[in-house]
Design a protein around this ligand. Structure first.
Ligand code: F3S
Length: 64
């Protein structure tokens, strides 16, 4: 599983990096930046899914 982030959908709500700071950070304007690439560990999948579930813009998905 890996993170797919749609920068065009991100509006800078910041829930992803508040809830999953090990996977997401903010850029200078508050938009999300993904910190990991490639295959996630099981723990990271759960954390990434939490971030995805809490993004109001549906900018994050966790895909196989
Ligand atoms: Fe952007 Fe959603 Fe995070 S709008 S900053 S990806 S919570």
């Amino acid at each position: 599983m890996h993170i797919v982030f749609d920068r065009d959908k991100c509006q800078g709500h910041g829930r992803c990096y508040a809830l999953a700071g090990e996977l997401f950070d903010a850029d200078d304007e508050g938009y999300a930046v993904v910190l990991v690439s490639g295959e996630l560990t099981d723990d990271q999948v759960a954390t990434a899914q939490l971030a995805a579930d809490n993004c109001p813009e549906y900018a994050i998905t966790v895909e196989a």
